[in-house]
Ligand binder design. Structure first.
Ligand code: UT7
Length: 325
């Protein structure tokens, strides 16, 4: 049976880091508050020359290196991001030109923090129709550029970075086993980033309140736990897999308390959850692929092991995926 299998991973973090201590100089916060409420200690912040497309391309180069493929071997490039360098062209097209991947077509996916899992799901559909395709899926963000550094409710949470993987068809049964995606646009107001207002007065939104990311944290927290729990239950049923069979859960990295609560609700050993948010904060669509690449390079992903991904983000969007590594 042919499945869409991840054959290489990569990641890229900007050089600059902002510690919790640094943040205390700009907003009324403390290392103690940030650490106990979120688990985050530092986050990477990009500067000029480290735009989303550059981070994405660097992560992609690492993934290509791991597979031994050349950029010309890629057929499709999918970038999950809510912080593209420009509205048009897509970040994926900029990555294509950075890599010289001239045999590919490229497009972005916007599903906020869930974008990478959405991207994998789209890639799987293409590979199901043609297992010979090589598809690059990237999650990349520079949310530092859309963060209000005077708002302590949000500025302590986010970080920049990119993670990438390359998928191709494989007959061995390894690869994506099942996925389950959801969204609920009725809840859009709880987590949003409005962007530029329309220049057409007829189309301009009355409730446009600036370009910064805005979040009703407490509400988002509750939905995140509930939604990811349900998505995981559904995808495990679809995959005919018990939670005990999962060797590693790589969740979206937003808050350590969300992950602890999720572990309790799912009945999964906390040690089976891959956590790196202390180093990177919430990198939105980049968080799962960065964690995937780290876990891969640390040797935590063992051939034929069952992995679980789960995500939650603005939209709301959420979902879960089971993979046989
Ligand atoms: O990636 C997409 C998904 N995103 C998420 O999953 C994030 C979900 N939400 C969260 O992670 C948490 O809700 C936060 C970390 C954002 C906030 O934690 P919380 O425990 O829900 O705190 P809160 O918003 O209820 O605020 C508690 C108190 C408030 O003070 P009062 O009103 O009790 O006096 C806040 O003003 O903490 C205050 N506060 C802070 N204090 C120090 C909020 N931010 C800070 C801060 N430093 N940075």
């Amino acid at each position: 049976m042919s499945r869409a299998k991840i054959c290489g991973t990569g990641s890229c973090l900007p050089a600059g880091r902002v510690t919790n201590q640094d943040l205390t100089k700009w907003v009324d916060t403390s290392d103690e508050w940030i650490t106990t409420r979120t688990g985050i200690k530092t986050r990477h912040v990009a500067v000029k020359g480290e735009e989303t497309s550059r981070l994405a391309a660097d992560a992609a180069r690492q993934a290509l290196k791991m597979t031994g493929m050349q950029a010309e071997d890629l057929n499709i490039i999918i970038v999950a991001t809510i912080t593209p360098d420009m509205t048009m062209p897509s970040c994926a097209c900029l990555v294509q030109q950075e890599l010289g991947a001239l045999n590919a077509f490229a497009f972005d996916v916007n599903a906020a923090c869930s974008g990478f899992v959405y991207g994998l799901d789209v890639a799987e559909k293409y590979i199901n129709s043609n297992p010979c395709l090589n598809i690059l899926v990237i999650g990349a963000e520079t949310l530092s550029g859309r963060t209000n550094w005077k708002d302590r409710n949000t500025c302590v949470l986010f970080g920049d970075g990119a993670g990438a993987c390359i998928l191709t068809g494989e007959e061995s049964g390894r690869g994506i086993v099942a996925s389950k995606l959801y969204s609920d646009g009725r809840l859009f107001n709880l987590l949003k980033m409005a962007g530029a207002p329309s220049m057409n007065a007829e189309l301009a939104r009355d409730d446009h309140d600036g370009s910064y990311i805005k979040m009703a944290g407490r509400d988002v927290f509750k939905y995140a736990v509930r939604c990811m729990e349900k998505a995981v239950a559904a995808v495990l049923t679809n995959a005919a897999v018990d939670i005990e069979e999962i060797k590693l859960l790589i969740p979206h990295q937003a808050n350590i308390r969300i992950l602890k609560s999720l572990a309790d609700h799912l009945g999964i050993d906390y040690e089976k959850i891959y956590i790196n948010l202390q180093k990177y904060g919430n990198t939105s669509a980049a968080s799962i692929p960065i964690a995937l690449d780290e876990a891969n390079r640390e040797g935590r992903l063992v051939k034929n092991d069952l992995l679980l991904l789960c995500c939650f983000g603005g939209g709301f969007t959420w979902g879960a995926m089971v993979l046989r590594w």
